[in-house]
Design a protein around this ligand. Structure first.
Ligand code: PEP
Length: 256
């Protein structure tokens, strides 16, 4: 995934309530995406809406993603969505291991299976990691290292180019935009994540892994977080449902 382009992922979560509103938000994103030069937008709507949106595969500025997939291909798994289904309705990306799914009981082992399944079937896996809180001893570094290593434990090296690590400190998600991480701290965390990746897979294998930040991003902090954080893009929650707010985020990132 990683190339000259920045990546901004829109995680709509369990919104909006109906297809009319979903179409409206999507159309606004599609319009803005046409103006972007260096940025690709990935819209991850609730899966029931996925087939409402047709995206030309040649369009390098806009892509579709799903918010979750299952770790098995098909079978008696009521309520789950398989990788092939996601692909067949046009998804190219899958969010894996979002903190809101971990809270619902998704374990590291399940997440590892999902990440491997996604990349082996040709999806780009947006693997979410992030500590709940910070401590003075830096134990959260150990926690993050384990989370990264575990989530990617079943991913073969040759698929690393389809892996995106989204660093989302849980304490910074869904907060006031002033509570997002500072760009310099984001940069330090990106370095740490790269170090863990290169220790696990070898330096020569990890060039293709994109690193995103997520947690209370809006138009005011988006540009600086990407620029001074020296990261590949953003994962955006709430603001991705606001056509105006999201447009400003995209413009800010594209101007970096
Ligand atoms: C998220 O939950 O992935 C997220 C980044 O949310 P928000 O932007 O609303 O903090």
């Amino acid at each position: 995934v990683k190339n000259q382009k920045k990546l901004v992922v829109a995680n709509w979560k369990m919104n909006p309530a109906g297809p009319g509103e979903a179409r409206k938000i999507f159309s606004a994103v599609r319009r803005v995406s046409g103006l972007l030069k260096r940025t690709k937008v990935v819209v991850c709507p609730p899966a029931v809406y996925s087939s409402l949106f047709k995206i030309d595969r040649k369009n390098k500025k806009l892509a579709l993603g799903v918010q979750n997939i299952f770790g098995q291909l098909s079978g008696p798994f009521t309520g789950e969505i398989g990788v092939q289904m996601a692909k067949n309705v046009g998804a190219e990306f899958a969010i894996v291991g979002h903190s809101e799914r971990r809270v619902l009981g998704e374990t590291d082992a399940v997440i590892a299976q999902k990440a491997a399944m996604a990349v082996e079937w040709g999806l780009n896996a947006i693997v979410c990691i992030g500590e709940k809180s910070r401590d003075q001893n830096g134990d959260y570094f150990g926690f993050l290292k384990t989370e990264i290593q575990s989530a990617l434990s079943l991913v073969k090296k040759k698929f690393l180019g389809q892996v995106i690590v989204a660093y989302e400190p849980i304490w910074a998600i869904g907060k006031s935009f002033k509570d997002a991480m500072q760009p310099r701290e984001v940069h330090e965390m990106a370095i740490f994540i790269k170090k863990v990746l290169s220790d696990s897979f070898g330096k020569e294998w990890i060039h293709g892994v994109a690193i995103l930040y997520g947690g209370s991003v809006n138009y005011e902090n988006a540009g600086l977080i990407v620029k001074d954080g020296q990261i590949d893009g953003l994962l955006v929650g709430r603001e991705s449902l606001s056509p105006e707010g999201f447009k400003e985020i995209l413009k800010a990132v594209d101007a970096v």
